[in-house]
Ligand binder design. Sequence first.
Ligand SMILES: [Mg+2]
Length: 129
Amino acid sequence: MAINILIVDDSTVMRAMILKSLRMTGLDIGETHQASNGEEGLDTLEGNWIDLVIVDINMPVMNGEEMIDRMKQNPETADVPIVVISTEGSESRLDKLRQKGAAFIHKPFTPEIIRDTMRKMLGLASEDA
Ligand SMILES: [Mg+2]
């Protein structure tokens, strides 16, 4: 099953780095979509089948926390797995995200960390197959 992914980050460079890392994971990546803030991310979720969302925290217009809250409030997006990739260092803020069911990856990251986190969130076997 190809995994359709939405990348939400206000940095074009960071989105490109995440995309490149995704292609290095060896996972079966399907469609990839990009959005530069939470509001655009929610719009993209409305019109597309997304299997996993990768989201930054600090963004203009709508930050990652608010986007996650809005996803959880909508039955159609409440169960979409979420991986937060951020430089955020505040443990209380990270705890709040984990309580919402999101996984967290600290910047800088490696393709291996992204792969392992995605497998965990999507319930995929850990073998390279
Ligand atoms: Mg940012």
